[in-house]
Design a protein around this ligand. Structure first.
Ligand SMILES: Cc1ncc(COP(=O)(O)O)c(C=O)c1O
Length: 397
């Protein structure tokens, strides 16, 4: 039975729409029998991995690149690359502020300083012109992040990297299966990095990998990862283990199925958004392949309820909406002390508007219909709800 009165909203004392939180995470579980079959192939007689090299080879075919190096998680892969890119120098890594909060940490671990640049309004990926203006002799890497709705402007960044001599590393964690100019991402720049975490598209429980065309780089990364062999002076043990590789291999068998199910959920959100006055769904870049991992909604500036109020209302109903990359990283402790606040107007505007909606394997099409009805109810009573929420703390303003 849907909501009839404002008091039926969980925020005002009613029963929540869902009993259990509907999250924003892929959480696909591959077929159990297939997983066990891969597990049974682990060689228990010695330490030599069997499944990790097989996974690397399959992923290299998937991305059409000569080299894939599996690692314990995407962060470790990015850390190795930032270290290699710096070539022993201390300098700055240029990155978006509207992204995963772990990235500036990695720059710091690699002995670098993060420097934040603005994003493009249309794709909310790093703006090549903002990066161009930030390059100095001390820039050691450009780190654009492909967003789920669109890969970065890869061609422009490759040109900028060639012109300036600054190494280019792509964080491709949300772009698995996406294409750019008709070609699957994975082969651009110095390298591209993907995650195998359970919340991501390809579930290995945990893990990550680096894809690259550069054989010497792949060799170096293996040396760093398998620290102990010590061909590399600055190694850090970051191997993927066989159990995680078994999980990732079984997930890989059904990856196209994951993309299809994501597309169905995304299309259901689009259908509901057509009836919404203040929420629309960000489109995926046209003419390219996508994984449809997220259904990011934009809250219209005319909505009587702010984006944070929408998030608060939906979460109280156990529909786990979340602000999308908010606060932006230049407005957090991630901005290094003693550096000026950068002027990032597009980032500042978009991080106030965008909201994640529940997605992934634990969210059914029926759940999305329930969320759609809830949104319609809230919109009908939006002025009244906004007035009742006004006295609530500033965090939901
Ligand atoms: C954009 C982005 N990059 C990197 C990572 C880190 O991935 P991992 O957990 O495999 O280290 C994440 C994880 O959320 C991410 O969203």
């Amino acid at each position: 039975m849907g909501k009839q009165r404002i008091e039926d909203l969980a925020l005002f004392g009613g029963a929540s729409t869902f009993q259990r939180l509907r999250p924003i995470a892929q959480l696909e579980r591959p077929d159990r029998a297939r997983f066990l079959a891969h597990l049974s192939r682990i060689d228990r007689r010695g330490p030599t991995p069997v499944l990790v090299p097989e996974l690397e080879a399959r992923l290299a075919r998937f991305h059409d690149v000569p080299h894939v190096v599996a690692v314990s998680n995407a962060c470790v892969g990015l850390l190795y690359l930032l270290h290699v890119a710096a070539g022993g120098k201390r300098g700055e890594v240029l990155m978006p502020a509207m992204t995963y909060a772990g990235l500036p940490h990695l720059a710091v671990w690699a002995g670098q300083t993060p420097r934040f640049c603005d994003v493009l309004e249309a794709t909310h990926t790093l703006d090549p012109e903002s990066v161009r203006g930030a390059i100095t002799p001390s820039t050691t890497a450009i780190l654009p992040v492909h967003n789920v709705n669109s890969p970065c402007e890869i061609r422009e960044f490759e040109a900028l990297s060639a012109e300036s001599g600054v190494p280019l590393i792509f964080d491709a964690v949300h772009a698995l299966g996406s294409s750019y100019a008709g070609r699957r991402v994975g082969s651009h720049g110095m390298a591209e990095v993907f995650s195998l975490h359970a919340t991501k598209l390809l579930n290995g429980f945990e893990g990550g990998y680096v894809a690259t065309r550069d054989g010497a780089l792949a060799e170096r990364l293996r040396g760093m990862r398998d620290a102990g062999d010590c061909s590399e002076p600055r190694g850090l043990d970051g191997r993927l283990n066989e159990v995680h590789a078994a999980m990732a291999l079984s997930s890989l068998d059904d990856l196209e199925g994951v993309f299809d199910r994501n597309l169905q959920r995304f299309e259901r959100y689009v259908r509901h958004a057509r009836e919404s006055e203040w929420l629309d769904v960000l489109p995926y870049r046209s003419g390219e392949a996508h994984n449809y991992e997220f259904a990011i909604h934009r809250v219209d500036p005319d909505s009587p309820l702010t984006r944070n109020q929408w998030v608060h209302l939906l979460r109280s109903e156990m529909a786990g909406a979340e602000a999308y990359y908010n606060p932006p990283l230049h407005r957090t402790a991630h901005r290094p002390q003693d550096t000026e606040m950068p002027h990032l107007p597009v980032t500042d505007e978009l991080t106030h508007r965008f909201m994640h909606m529940p997605v992934g394997a634990t969210v059914s099409l029926g759940d999305i219909d329930e969320i759609g009805s809830l949104v319609r109810f809230i919109e009908h009573r939006a002025d009244e709800i906004a007035a009742r929420m006004a006295p609530l703390s500033r965090e939901v303003a």
